[in-house]
Structures are given as structure tokens and as C-alpha cells.
Design a protein around this ligand. Structure first.
Ligand SMILES: NC(=O)c1ccc[n+]([C@@H]2O[C@H](COP(=O)([O-])OP(=O)(O)OC[C@H]3O[C@@H](n4cnc5c(N)ncnc54)[C@H](OP(=O)(O)O)[C@@H]3O)[C@@H](O)[C@H]2O)c1
Length: 261
């Protein structure tokens, strides 16, 4: 493979692509689903809130509404079967769903940690486990997983959130190593701060905050380029990638200075 060749196979033009977006009732997933519909793709949209999914679809005949709780294996299996039955296959599964809760060391309790890991780590892994046999049988397809730059290294207030996202980054890297030689696409999507219901409750200044529509455009452009890691906004993620290289002494000092925590 050439040094500048895309790490993932390029998809067909959007009007020929069937996409399943999980976590599409609001926030980044909803914006991505709407942008994909505008681009002409067929888009199955899933999350728990059926009314919100209907609003996202806005009556578009290329939208397929498949409500589910992605932490429930039977929900995911039933939706996957229905989507493939209606479309005869699926080319791209985008796992966007996730949640957030600030936790500091002195607030840590097992029940809250389990709940966060269930949605942010076990949910995506179980979903991949559910869809992979079908994709492998199809012989082509791609999976995109939304993690976060919060998974790069430890950050204050992200005691479990960061761990879930670091786990998801590692999982997605390993998925790529296994699936890329077989011709499947795997995308690791690492957003910086995006204005959505998830970040609405943040009390701190969020540097380089972008809109959900901007995030959706970044995700779609990254997939079109065949990138492995789709990270944005670059002005912010470049800084974090640099911090990732620092030895701990310098990294911890830089984080304390930047956050005041
Ligand atoms: N916003 C940011 O700054 C930011 C930054 C980095 C990474 N991320 C990541 O990007 C992803 C999307 O974030 P967001 O800001 O758009 O979040 P959001 O506004 O809270 O939206 C989350 C979406 O996930 C769905 N969801 C949550 N739990 C679910 C479940 N158990 N089953 C099915 N769907 C579920 C929600 O729908 P229902 O409630 O209807 O189920 C909603 O559609 C998350 O993985 C998040 O960690 C966000």
C-alpha cells in the first residue's frame, strides 16, 4: 500500500450506499443521518426515542426507522435482520450512540461506572458482534465507530468516560487490523467538542466547539476520503495529538494548566 493511499476502501457514491446509523435521534448521529439522506443514501436510523427518529427522517422515503436500545442484544439483532430484509444488505454501520457523565475520583461508584461502560463500551462491541456475521457473509461492508479524543489520554472529570473511549479506540484499531486485509472498511471517529444535548450540561469552556452539522460533514468527508481515523476539528485535535506524545511529567503539567484542575 502506498504511503498516501487511503487506509479504507472507497465507498460507492452515496445514492448507492445503504447506511445504518445507531444513535440517530439527536446530536451528532441525527445530523449525520440527515446529511446522508441529503446526499442521497438510504439511511436506517436507530435510537430509543421513536418520535425523535420520525422527526429526523421527516418523511423521507429513503429513511428506515428502527427504534432500539443498542445495549439490548435482541433489539439489535431484530433491527439488523429487518434492515437487511428490506434492503437486501447494508454497506455501512455507523455506531454513534453514547452517553456522558462527569465523574471525579472521589465520586466514583460501581453502579455509575457500570452504567457508563454498558452504553459507551459494551453497547458498541455487542453491536459489532451482532452485525459482523452478516457483513462477513455479504463479503463487503464497513463499520464506523464514534469514540472521542477523550480516549487519547487521561483527563480530569472523565474518569470512566475516558476509559470507555480509550477502550473503544483500541477495539476499533484491532478491528481494523483484522478486517482491512479482508477488504472491509473500519473508521475510527474521534470528535472534539460538539454542541449537542450531551455537552449542553458542561459547565466549563469547551475550546473549538463546533455544531453537530459541522461534525456530520467532517464524518462524511472522512469516510469519502477513506480515512481510518476521522478526527475534528483539526485545530483542536492536532493539539491533543501533540499532548499524547509528551512524557507524563509534561503531559500532567499541561493538562493542569489548560483545565485548572
Ligand atoms: N458532543 C461531543 O462533544 C462529543 C465529543 C466526542 C465524542 N462524542 C461522542 O459522539 C457520540 C454522539 O454524541 P452526541 O454528543 O451526539 O450525544 P447525544 O446528543 O447525547 O446523542 C446520543 C445519541 O445516542 C442515542 N443513545 C443513547 N443511548 C442509547 C441506547 N442505549 N440505545 C440506542 N441509542 C442510544 C441517543 O438517543 P436516545 O436517547 O433516543 O436513545 C442519541 O440519539 C457519543 O458516542 C459521544 O460520546 C461526542
Amino acid at each position: 500500500m502506498g504511503l498516501f493511499a487511503p487506509l479504507n476502501p472507497l465507498l460507492a457514491p452515496w445514492p448507492r450506499v445503504r447506511v445504518w446509523v445507531i444513535g440517530a435521534s439527536y446530536g451528532i448521529g441525527a445530523a449525520t443521518a440527515q446529511e446522508l439522506l441529503r446526499a442521497g443514501a438510504r439511511v436506517a436510523i436507530s435510537a430509543r426515542s421513536e418520535d425523535k427518529l420520525r422527526a429526523v427522517a421527516a418523511g423521507d422515503p429513503r429513511a428506515l426507522i428502527a427504534p432500539l436500545d443498542f445495549t439490548q442484544g435482541s433489539d439489535v439483532a431484530a433491527a439488523w435482520e429487518r434492515i437487511r430484509a428490506e434492503w437486501g444488505g447494508c454497506d455501512l454501520v455507523l455506531i454513534v450512540a453514547g452517553t456522558h457523565k462527569e465523574i471525579r475520583a472521589w465520586e466514583l461508584n460501581e453502579a455509575e461506572a457500570d452504567a457508563l461502560l454498558e452504553v459507551n463500551l459494551n453497547g458498541p462491541i455487542a453491536t459489532v458482534a451482532a452485525v459482523l456475521p452478516g457483513l462477513l457473509a455479504q463479503g463487503t461492508g464497513a463499520i464506523g465507530i464514534v469514540s472521542s479524543v477523550a480516549g487519547y489520554r487521561g483527563l480530569p472529570k472523565a474518569l470512566i468516560y475516558g476509559a470507555s473511549k480509550a477502550g473503544l479506540i483500541n477495539f476499533t484499531e484491532t478491528l481494523y487490523l483484522d478486517l482491512q486485509p479482508r477488504g472491509f472498511g473500519v473508521y475510527l471517529i474521534n470528535p472534539g467538542f460538539v454542541a449537542t444535548p450531551l455537552t449542553e450540561k458542561n459547565q466549563f469552556n469547551m475550546p473549538h466547539l463546533i455544531t453537530a452539522d459541522e461534525a456530520a460533514q467532517e464524518i462524511i468527508a472522512g469516510i469519502e476520503r477513506g480515512d481510518f481515523e476521522i478526527h475534528f476539528p483539526r485545530a483542536f485535535t492536532r493539539q491533543l495529538k501533540f499532548l499524547r506524545l509528551l512524557p507524563y511529567r509534561l503531559y500532567f503539567a499541561a493538562v493542569r494548566k489548560a483545565t485548572g484542575l
